[in-house]
Design a protein around this ligand. Structure first.
Ligand code: CDP
Ligand code: MG
Length: 833
């Protein structure tokens, strides 16, 4: 029934029709790309606020009555025995002493900056004080407090905690809202949400109608969303004089924020933590008897291309660090330090010490130290998983039933969360493996020991080559202080720093703000959809403005994919993209998947790319894991198609209750597959809601068509594309910007001797030393020409040039004309309402 698809499909198969497309072909089928702003409102859970400007007397009365009900309910709870006990606990927190000072400062000023040690009660108490005092003043039903958190897990955990402190279930007066999920009721007056959610609300409600207080938490982290939100709020404040803004920060760079808001007053909550003793690598080596592995011993992994590159990088870094260590050892402090340790320090490898040293330290704690939970800071999810496997496989830690080993990550289920926060039974040692998420936003009370690898994965951005880099880098002194402080919550603690003291001394004071080290595409799209004017002007108002070159790159990219027009105005595609909570390129893929009725597989890919790779690649079983993955690719030169097959296979296995078996056999992460599954459901809901999918029955008519799927992948990932030239012994890959690139060893294409496609599109390239492309899919010339980029912008010549004049056959004038017209129609189609 849908002419265009048949036509495109036959083109992709190389049966080129000479008849140019006519307009009518586009008129059929489910092509609406219209949006309903209301739909978004409902999704984000911000129903229309009852408090409209034309509030009638009756409405006024209802509000008063509800406020009184709220006050009674609060009083009843506070007077109940349980409520009393809770109040006792809350009064013991350092924030309580400052309650009146805080409320007073907030009532007198539009902006207040609050700082205080982690755990003093900023997040759980301050929003609650505001809510309680409004309720006490019988204004409960008229207030609306929004408190943002940088991460999903903290928004959910904190809401749960605050509801419990108020003797309520979540969704009564306290709720939460995170991406595609939330618990919020009619009476919710305190909402914890991610920063992203508040930004999305600003998209449809630019003056935050009905909101009385905005609290931005953890601003010291300087995340991109937080910095962005601050610019928007700074603009909004003069237009909403009655709106209160409270900024909360753990470490003491409060002055920076205070001066950004014209010298807003600062309230500091003095905190109390027990002293924590620091052990640096030097002491740890003696304490545990651990010997650093000389770097050469890790040579047996040498087959792997990627590893070789890392090794080179490491060799360089090792020399730098070793000499830094040497320098410091020479310095007065270390003069009498034993020669033996000096030697081991000089072959100290910051990456390979990792697991074994951590294992030794954990052993030491489990066998020799007093009771208390252990919190281990690691760089990323992969590391956490591998270490967890390693620790479980070698029960070095003693009786396994006496050890509770937990991993803490953003998408964990609440049962798991509970285990992390709860004190285990006596005699059980709780060990929590976490990323820097556990640094400030969540508090695990019973931690007595912190083991810190000293690094965090940080995205950085090479603006010159327009390439994002993701590398573990040394944390800042501020982070280090935070991590250490986690050990002193209930009694004096110990912190094991897995690096020498001199490395610590060389840490930067604060981490570089994210805005200055990541690509800015999504952000620029948001600036446009919020109608905040010129992107460059807007970003120049940031706390610390990003490089003009980075801004320019992002704008160029958005023009290239057709999200912005030549004058930097949002196109229809751009507006649709800004409604979808995924990166622009993944949003584009979803929209194409919906338009071309092959939504199911495309949703799997997009969910996979936005969660994480479900294919596990354990270091010591890499060969097995790679061949397991290769089975899913069945030699079709696509990691994305392999992902679809793996996912579909898992769904089938799940139906027969064999999901885990299936994952185990195929080196897949069941947890990731589950996350992908739930994200897919949410995508479908969002697409329907935004009018991008009208008919659920027909949106999969073409889902079996592998060519079409490749083409849609290409539509999303372009200009993430490299040309393929098969040489006798190797394959040469080139992108426009970088010249030669290499395939990441996890890709199914890395095992191939020949790739029978002229192009590979990829989701991500990462600069480690060389530039590596991760997941990739082979695509044909016609796919690139029809689906890649935005023709109307560059015209045929420009497009050809972009493709490096590679498609010589294409120069035949009639062929060119046909392609050109199809492409133009296609671009128009995407850009119609
Ligand atoms: O935000 P800040 O780091 O200042 O502290 P908070 O998150 O408000 O936590 C204050 C106190 O509440 C912590 O010290 C914990 O004792 C307690 N808390 C808890 O018991 N359970 C939670 N889920 C969160 C906090
Ligand atoms: Mg907090």
């Amino acid at each position: 029934p849908f002419g265009l698809q048949r036509l495109v499909d036959s083109h992709l198969r190389g049966h080129l029709s000479r008849k140019p497309m006519n307009k009518e072909s586009f008129a059929h089928g489910s092509l609406s790309t219209s949006n309903s702003a209301n739909g978004l409102l409902t999704d984000e859970g911000f129903d229309e606020q009852e408090e409209s400007s034309t509030r009638s007397v009756i409405a006024e009365r209802i509000i008063t009555r509800r406020s009184l009900q709220m006050r009674n309910k609060q009083q009843d709870w506070q007077e109940s025995p349980e409520g009393q006990r809770m109040l006792e606990f809350r009064k013991s927190l350092p924030a309580y002493k400052e309650r009146d000072t805080l409320l007073d400062a907030i009532s007198r000023n539009q902006v207040v900056v609050v700082s205080g040690e982690t755990g003093c009660g900023k997040t759980t108490q301050l929003p609650q004080y505001i809510l309680e005092s409004e309720i006490e003043a019988a204004r409960g039903a008229a207030c609306s407090v929004i408190c943002t958190q940088p991460r999903r897990i903290s928004a959910m955990a904190v809401a749960e905690r605050v509801a419990a402190e108020r003797g309520e279930k979540i969704g009564e007066s306290v709720g939460y809202k995170v991406r595609l999920e939330g618990m919020k009721g009619r009476d919710t007056r305190l909402l914890f949400c991610t920063t992203g959610i508040l930004l999305r609300r600003l998209l449809v409600d630019r003056s935050l109608k009905g909101v009385t207080h905005v609290i931005v938490d953890e601003i010291h982290e300087r995340g991109m969303n937080e910095d962005f939100l601050l610019i928007v709020l700074k603009d909004l404040l003069p237009r909403r004089p009655e709106l209160k803004l409270i900024l909360m920060s753990a470490t003491l760079n409060a002055e920076l924020f205070s001066s950004y808001f014209g010298g807003a007053p600062t309230v500091h909550i003095p905190g109390f933590t027990y002293p924590v003793r620091s052990h640096f690598l030097e002491n740890i080596l003696e304490m545990t008897g651990y010997k650093l592995t000389p770097y050469n011993q890790i040579d047996n992994y040498g087959q792997d291309k990627m590893w070789k590159m890392q090794k080179q990088a490491f060799r360089k870094r090792k020399t730098q660090i070793a000499s830094a260590v040497e320098d410091a050892l020479m310095a007065a402090d270390f003069k009498d330090y034993s020669h033996r340790t000096r030697e081991s320090l000089s072959c100290w490898n910051p990456d390979s010490i990792g697991f074994n040293l951590i294992e030794h330290v954990l052993c030491h704690i489990c066998r020799k130290e007093r009771p208390g939970a252990v919190l281990v800071f690691m760089t990323g999810w992969d590391d956490i998983n591998s270490l967890k496997d390693q620790l479980q496989a070698h029960p070095l830690l003693g009786d396994p039933s006496r050890v509770l080993l937990l991993a803490c990550h953003g998408s964990m289920a609440s049962a798991e969360q509970k285990l992390i926060f709860d004190k285990p039974e006596d005699g059980v040692r709780k060990i929590v493996l976490a990323t820097n998420m556990a640094e400030t936003s969540i508090t695990i009370n019973d931690v007595v020991f912190v083991v810190d690898c000293g690094k965090a994965k940080e995205t950085s951005y090479d603006a010159l080559n327009n390439t994002p880099c993701l590398l573990p880098s040394w944390i800042s002194k501020a982070s280090d202080r935070q991590r250490k402080g986690r050990a002193g919550r209930v009694q004096p603690g110990e912190c094991y720093h897995l690096y020498p003291r001199c490395v610590h001394d060389a840490f930067a004071d604060y981490q570089m703000p994210e805005l200055l080290r990541t690509p800015l595409q999504s952000l620029c799209l948001q600036i446009k959809s919020l109608q905040l004017g010129s992107i460059s002007d807007f970003l120049s108002k940031a706390l610390q403005a990003p490089e003009p070159l980075s801004v320019q790159n992002a704008i160029e990219y958005l023009k290239m994919i057709g999200a912005l027009d030549e004058n930097e105005n949002l196109t229809v595609l751009g507006r649709n993209l800004s409604m979808l909570p995924v990166e622009p390129k993944l949003g584009k893929m979803l929209i194409f998947g919906a338009i071309f009725n092959c939504l199911d597989p495309i949703m799997t890919i997009v969910a996979g790319l936005s969660v994480r790779d479900p294919f596990l690649m354990p270091f010591d079983k890499k060969d097995l894991a790679e061949s397991a993955k290769a089975q899913f690719s069945s030699r079709d030169f696509s990691d994305h198609l392999a992902l679809i097959r793996a996912f579909d296979g898992w769904k089938d296995a799940e139906r027969e209750q064999a999901g885990y078996e299936y994952c185990w056999r195929n080196f897949l992460s069941a947890q990731t597959l589950k996350a992908i599954d739930s994200l897919r459901k949410q995508f479908l809901y969002l697409l329907k809601d935004n009018g991008l999918v009208e008919n659920v029955d027909s949106c999969n008519t073409w889902s079996h068509d592998e060519h079409l799927i490749r083409a849609v992948i290409c539509a999303g990932l372009f200009p993430g594309i490299c040309s393929v030239v098969n040489k006798e012994k190797s394959i040469s890959l080139k992108t426009m910007e970088d010249g030669g690139v290499l395939l990441h060893s996890n890709s199914v294409n890395a095992q191939e001797a020949r790739i029978p496609f002229p192009w590979l599109v990829f989701n991500e390239k990462v600069k480690v030393n060389a530039v590596f492309v991760r997941d990739s899919t082979g695509v044909s010339d016609s796919m690139v020409l029809l689906f890649g980029g935005n023709f109307s912008r560059a015209g045929l010549d420009g497009h050809m040039k972009m493709l490096g004049g590679y498609l010589e056959f294409f120069m035949k004038p009639e062929l060119a004309a046909t392609y050109l017209s199809i492409k133009r129609e296609l671009d128009e189609l995407i850009q119609t309402k």
